[in-house]
Design a protein around this ligand. Structure first.
Ligand code: PMP
Length: 362
């Protein structure tokens, strides 16, 4: 087998090895089917078992009640930036958005094309280093919904608990921390996530939405963009992203085998703590971007004393088989993404690497 290295990339990101192995084993022929998942009809019994099994495991993992739909859509989380307002904001309506980084800004930009966006809070003046306090939120009880981004993949800030939205439906872009810890789905009206960080490959987007929201969907939306059409057709209005759903099915099984979201959450906190502790004990050589109470367990972002040292850090790390550490081009610095499938051994390897790097490059 070709050697694997530690992949700190932000997404598409590392997948669990047992998932890759099973997919590889079954790529020529699914057991009992004699054809690969890439070659069978999405309306076949074999695929039906895959998509139904995936949904059942998602429901079990996050304890999702029958009051919610579980949909497998396309167009990435980016299309949800548009679908959410198109489906949930009534004509002439308004929605509240909390802005905590680049991704929530993008969500706002798309929503503005569909209706009136009110900014409940923004931490842009603090360079997106923190999550706002509940007391900072300006909430409109007449808003169609309140939108937040549970984890900002680029800036590395993460909500530790959901904001209180009162009677206003809460909508969450959970693309980069979904199923990284226990989640109380009943607090949300809609949760969406592109799969390519914690759930599977790119090309499939998970949408969990409360049934009553379907009553709001306006008539005459293009069918593909209409949650009601997608729900009535159980994500099979057209050909779904079959390979993405198949891999997601394997990832869900793997998460259940790990002991579910409690166990995965504990492991993720432990991995992130190891890395933040190492940064904090570097005597100021490494400077975490996010304020302590807002730090992401998924994307650890930090700076070095200079951009030249950051470049050197990234290239020497790559040579040491620690890949994908360059921060997003919009903010620079270093970003280590530690999604569910990222092993603790990789964090330990990075910690020894960064200690040695600081010692040699003071
Ligand atoms: N939201 C967040 C928080 C993200 O991290 C990303 C992708 N990195 C997106 C939205 C956009 O996702 P996609 O590329 O699937 O459209």
């Amino acid at each position: 087998m070709t050697e694997r290295i530690f992949n700190f990339g932000a997404g598409p990101a590392v997948l669990p090895e047992p998932v890759l192995e099973e997919a590889q084993r079954d790529l020529m022929a699914l057991p009992g089917v004699g054809m690969s998942v890439l070659e069978i009809s999405h309306r076949s019994k074999a695929f039906d078992e895959i998509i139904q099994g995936c949904e059942a495991d998602i429901r079990r993992l996050a304890n999702i009640s029958p009051d919610y739909q579980v949909l497998f859509l396309q167009g990435g989380a980016s299309l949800q930036f548009s679908m959410v307002p198109m489906n949930l904001m009534p004509s002439g309506g308004k929605a509240d958005y909390i802005v905590t980084g680049s991704w929530s800004k993008k969500a706002v930009k798309e929503a503005q094309k569909a209706g009136t966006v009110q900014i409940s809070a923004t931490t842009e003046a603090d360079n997106f280093t923190r999550i706002p306090q509940q007391s900072e939120l300006k909430l409109d009880p007449a808003a169609a919904y309140l939108h937040l981004t549970s984890n900002e993949t680029i800036h590395g800030v993460e909500w530790k608990r959901e904001p209180e939205a009162g009677p206003v439906p809460l909508v969450c872009d959970a693309s980069s921390d979904i199923f990284s810890r226990p989640i109380d789905v009943s607090k949300y009206a809609l949760i969406y996530a592109g799969a390519q960080k914690n759930l599977g490959p790119s090309g499939v987007t998970l949408v969990i939405l409360r049934n009553d929201l379907l009553e709001r969907v306006p008539k005459n939306l293009p069918a593909m963009l209409d949650y009601k059409v997608q729900a009535e057709n159980k994500s099979l209005y057209n050909t779904p992203p079959v390979f993405g759903v198949y891999i997601m099915r394997l990832v869900m099984k793997w998460l259940l085998d790990q002991g579910g979201l409690e166990a995965v959450g504990r492991a993720n906190s432990e991995k992130a703590r190891l890395l933040y502790d190492a940064l904090e004990s570097s005597g100021g050589y490494y400077r975490p971007h996010a304020k302590p109470d807002s730090r992401s367990n998924m994307n650890v972002t930090f700076r070095l004393p200079s951009e030249d040292l950051e470049k050197k850090f990234v290239s020497e790390a790559k040579a040491a088989k620690l890949d994908g550490l360059k921060g997003h081009r919009s903010v620079g610095g270093i970003r280590a993404s530690l999604y569910n499938a990222f092993p603790k051994a990789g964090v330990e390897a990075l910690v020894s690497f960064l200690k040695e790097f600081a010692r040699k490059n003071r």
